[in-house]
Design a protein around this ligand. Sequence first.
Ligand code: NAP
Length: 431
Amino acid sequence: MTSPLKVGIAGLGTVGGSVARLLQEQSAVLARRCHRPLQVVAVSARDRNRKRKTPLDHLEWLEDPRQMIGHPDIDVVVELIGGADGVAHDLCTGALQAGQHVVTANKSLLARHGHTLAALAESRGVTLAFEAAVAGGVPIVKTLREGVAANTIERFYGILNGTCNYILTTMAKTGAPFAAALKEAQTLGYAEADPAFDIDGVDAAHKLAILASIAFGTQVNFAGVYCEGIRQICREDVTAAASLGFVIKLLAMAERTADGVIQSVYPCLVPKDRPIAHVDDVFNAIMLKGDYVGEMFMQGRGAGGNPTASAVVADLIDLANARQTRPFGTAAAELESLPGLPITRREGHYYLRFQVRDRAGVVADITGALGREGISIRTLTQRDESHSGGSVPMMLTTHRCREQAVQQALAALAPADYLEEPPHLIRIEYL
Ligand SMILES: NC(=O)c1ccc[n+]([C@@H]2O[C@H](COP(=O)([O-])OP(=O)(O)OC[C@H]3O[C@@H](n4cnc5c(N)ncnc54)[C@H](OP(=O)(O)O)[C@@H]3O)[C@@H](O)[C@H]2O)c1
């Protein structure tokens, strides 16, 4: 009888609870697919008395997850606590140092410390696996690292945050304002009580930085991600986008150029006929293009206990079958350190919204400021709903132009007394 691969689970919340349950409920399937049986031997969380999804009384309970470090009965530490620093960081670092494998779903930890942790894992000859850290149940990490490893990837993009996608989908389908759509997402458990990480784009930026490292063979560079969230998106934008043939999506995009890597997360207008425009609600999706494989599109559930547990256990199955890979595909020492390029390097189309006092000369003033920067206007819409002197939204889209030029035009317009609020810019991605 082969000796089991002994597992310690740290964190028994949404994901950890589902992992423990999956390992119990699917034990027969897993036994057939693993060379070595998977055996959970110890668990840890904050509150021992909290009711869990599955009975765990037969397992060793550790008051502090750090007691798993160097524990003689634990081969693999599964870290499902969360947070870039603190306990999760101590646990992962300590376990790798002690020669234990680590499986984690912790994107903030990997976005900040991924390179150091990967180097540590490689130096100790153990695995750091994190399929669950990006796009939940969608196996994009393995696809990029192994499935398309024969290709050069120059660009990929995706919807990597289900909360934002749910909010934007709800706004488009029901006409709800941002605040109401966010509230609904919170009621349904799709958004945290403090949703800042999601709606400000930080969560998607963490995931993008991890994927870019694998795709381009570069060091994780979270600080180099340009990041904008969806708080500014209003009903006018959603309606105007629809009337022009677009939907608004929060896209995470990365491109490797001769000068460096562009990584960005921002809401953008996407033509309705693109596959990514049809990825709705809490779903995630990634589109990548390899030079040999061509285009590839993956879609699935990007969060939630069960889909995320599916990814965590896939990593455990790899370990039980002795399939070990370098965490980011390329050896940590060989991951390049390329500069992150600023968003002002972007060239493309833009949607601009101005909330203006309805009076003579305003349209000419705005179009004049854009014209002076060489920006030509493609469409212009002004809602005719106020009496003269009232406040109206004015929306326009541009032909292809430089971001820097748009920013300069908006800066020149900033002092205008007819502007009721700062102009709002949303990029258009024809993809
Ligand atoms: N939720 C998702 O859909 C999802 C998807 C992909 C990735 N992830 C990632 O998975 C990880 C876990 O997320 P989650 O949603 O499962 O979180 P969660 O529901 O809040 O669970 C966190 C768990 O960690 C335990 N914990 C917290 N602080 C601790 C400490 N100081 N010492 C010991 N245990 C501690 C908690 O204990 P108690 O239960 O006793 O409070 C809880 O069991 C995070 O890195 C997250 O980013 C989550």
